[in-house]
Design a protein around this ligand. Structure first.
Ligand code: PLP
Length: 405
């Protein structure tokens, strides 16, 4: 039994009103709200435990270090990493991918090598690879998608060759909710000896993730999209790669020994965690994972899949609705356009009804170009989304239709 009332009770912000109307929060793909247990853990550290980690001999420093390393263990267990050392804390997906693009690029990539991405990537999984290609004189190859928003895997496979250094693919499209067959893509890429990065920013909040089962080489995700504080997230990498890769940032904590002549680096994962990390947010991430696991990842997935189906069904009844992304495997978000109404106008009118959706290109401009549109309206879901939220959205969109026609 999915106890949605109990879940919603744990999110204080859901009691807020907007313009005097109850908040209907359907912008979870951008960021999720935080449950009381996560807010409490942050507050507790600042009020009773705070001290910089790793470097202290004193009590509070040891307490925070233990909490931080415990959070790493929680993340590692949650994604079934072989070892805690394969989890590098970052500020989120963007930082994780930039870290990888630099460290992987400097270690393994040469002129004329190629990186393969897809048309549906978020800018965070495009621009760092473009920057690497510019630095090294490499080529970015882009796998096509079909009109229904599914990835053309045969086209992706046709791009793989001896020059391909890495395949970088979103697990779930942040715009269309398309779930990509990442396990199959990883297996195919590995048959050519090519490693794969999975951008799990949109899948980690919604699905059971097992990096060993997927056999991905790298995975990036953001804490703030999975009920954790801003400034938390991680890059997972197989130790065999991370051990070989050069560090990204230089500074404190990532070193073994520093002299002016030469510096040697710390072991994993510290080699990639220069400076003071956001240890309090990392602890919050660990607590958010516990929160999701208490509900159960399978239960979350089932609930949200039902919400996706309900949304498509109910919105689909409104004249003039056009869905952007109608993949068979569809999770977590629904994008649409209403006749000729600009997405921004739809978003503005919905806002006045207390309904928060995201409009625009969703940091996926090449995908917008692929569909010949400037943006969409996106409703995206979380553990606390109810059918009543969707009913309010549908009523709101129908009102927009009547106002604008
Ligand atoms: N990748 C995908 C698929 C996303 O949806 C997002 C954010 O929306 C990102 C990467 C970037 O995440 P962040 O801004 O948390 O670094």
């Amino acid at each position: 039994m999915y106890d949605i009332a109990n879940i919603r009770n744990q999110f204080p912000i859901l009691n807020e009103t907007v313009y005097g109307k109850p908040l209907v929060y359907l912008d979870n793909g951008a960021t999720t709200q935080k449950p009381q247990c996560v807010l409490d853990v942050i507050n507790d550290i600042y009020m009773h435990k705070n001290a910089n980690i790793h470097r202290g001999v004193h009590h509070l420093s040891n307490v925070c270090t233990d909490l931080f390393e415990q959070a790493r263990k929680t993340v590692a267990r949650h994604i079934n990493a072989l070892s805690d050392a394969e989890v590098i804390f970052t500020r989120g997906t963007t930082e994780a991918i930039n870290l990888l693009a630099f460290s992987f690029g400097e270690t393994y990539c040469r002129k004329d090598d190629e990186i393969v991405i897809t048309t549906m990537e978020h800018h965070a999984n495009i621009v760092p690879w473009q920057m690497l290609c510019e630095r090294k004189g490499m080529k970015l190859r882009v796998a096509e998608i079909f009109d229904n928003g599914e990835l053309n895997t045969e086209h992706l496979y046709s791009l793989l060759n001896e020059r391909t250094k890495l395949v970088c693919v979103a697990h779930i499209s942040n715009v269309m909710g398309t779930v990509n067959p990442v396990k199959q893509i990883i297996s195919k890429a590995h048959s050519y000896g090519i490693p794969v990065l999975v951008d799990a920013a949109q899948s980690m909040p919604h699905k059971t993730i097992d990096v060993q089962d997927l056999d991905c080489d790298f995975m990036a995700f953001s804490g703030h999209k999975m009920y954790a504080p801003n400034g938390s997230g991680a890059l997972y990498g197989k130790a065999k790669w991370l051990n070989e890769m050069v560090p990204y940032h230089g500074g404190g904590e990532m070193i073994d020994k520093v002299t002016f002549e030469k510096t040697t680096y710390n072991q994993l994962p510290f080699k990639f965690e220069a400076g003071t990390p956001d240890y309090i947010s990392a602890v919050g991430l660990g607590r958010a994972i516990d929160f999701m696991e208490e509900i159960g990842m399978a239960a979350i997935e089932e609930h949200e899949d039902e919400i996706v189906k309900y949304t498509i069904n109910q919105l689909g009844g409104i004249p003039g609705i056009r869905f952007i992304g109608e993949a068979k495997e569809h999770s977590s978000a629904v994008s649409f356009l209403l006749g000729n109404v600009h997405p921004y106008d739809t978003g503005m009118i919905l806002d006045k009804m207390g309904i928060a959706v995201r409009t625009g290109h969703h940091c996926a401009q090449p995908l917008m170009d692929r569909f010949g549109i400037s943006g969409t309206v996106r409703a995206s879901f979380g553990v606390y989304t109810t059918k009543e939220d969707i009913d309010a959205l549908v009523k709101g969109v129908d009102r927009v239709r009547m106002m604008m026609s």
